[in-house]
Design a binder for this molecule. Structure first.
Ligand SMILES: Nc1ncnc2c1ncn2[C@@H]1O[C@H](COP(=O)(O)OP(=O)(O)O)[C@@H](O)[C@H]1O
Ligand SMILES: Cc1cn([C@H]2C[C@H](O)[C@@H](COP(=O)(O)OP(=O)(O)O)O2)c(=O)[nH]c1=O
Length: 197
């Protein structure tokens, strides 16, 4: 089972993945961008926000994704895979830039992923107030410096992206406490496993 945790920066993705690790000690835990050796180089490059072309930025994320699918996802599809972000982030961030058509976003992601997408994504959803509080507590990278309004727009785009890619989305209130959120994700995973099995 391949699932991804999605949400804007500071939504609590890494926190939840750390908690899920304890419940699934044999799971493959991974992330985008930067889940492979080459991906770590691409991640550094792309998060430095030095690219002048939004298309170049998008293609760097896609290159990271293609490598990630080949090296991490495809060989482990028989196992539990939990990923911090997925193609859904890629489409959501690009939708907000608005310079690549929806048709191209889908076909380019289909190409990079060979149409291997998460079975379900869990969207950790933040309020404006909580997002601004959490951003004020951390040192911001190039993308986070674009501000809370931009990130909230992306939060909305994540839903559209999941529809475009045909990936089911489960929405979770990310302002709840950490343990409650973990419990909610675990319950959903249990239900999905029962439905599948
Ligand atoms: N449920 C929560 N309630 C309050 N603070 C949280 C919660 N989950 C995470 N945080 C805090 O918010 C910040 C961002 O969390 P993190 O897991 O790094 O988010 P992300 O990986 O989505 O960027 C961290 O300081 C973390 O401790
Ligand atoms: C996967 C992906 C991420 N991104 C952005 C989202 C994040 O701002 C950044 C990835 O950093 P990440 O480590 O996921 O950020 P955080 O832990 O703070 O949530 O790249 C894209 O713009 N396109 C993509 O395809």
């Amino acid at each position: 089972m391949y699932i991804a945790i999605e949400g804007i920066d500071t939504a609590g993705k890494s926190t939840q993945i750390e908690a899920l690790k304890k419940h699934f000690p044999d799971a493959v835990i991974t992330k985008e961008p930067g889940g492979t050796t080459i991906g770590q180089e691409i991640r550094k490059l792309v998060l430095s926000a030095k690219t002048q072309s939004k298309r170049a930025e998008f293609l760097l994320f896609l290159a990271d994704r293609a490598e990630h699918i080949k090296e991490v996802i495809e060989p482990n599809l028989h196992k539990m895979i939990i990923s911090d972000r997925s193609a859904v982030s890629g489409v959501a961030y690009a939708l907000t830039q608005g310079n690549i058509s929806k048709k191209d976003l889908i076909s380019l992601n289909d190409f990079a992923t060979k149409k291997i997408y998460p079975q379900t994504i869990y969207l950790l959803r933040l309020t404006k107030q909580e997002l601004e509080h959490r951003l004020s507590q951390k040192e911001l990278d190039g993308i986070e410096l674009r501000g809370s309004e931009y990130l909230l727009e992306i939060q909305e785009s994540i839903k559209e992206a999941s529809l475009l890619l045909g990936v089911p989305l489960i929405e979770i209130d990310a302002t709840k406490n950490r343990d409650e959120i973990t419990k909610e994700i675990l319950n959903n995973i249990k239900n999905e496993t029962m439905l599948k099995g």
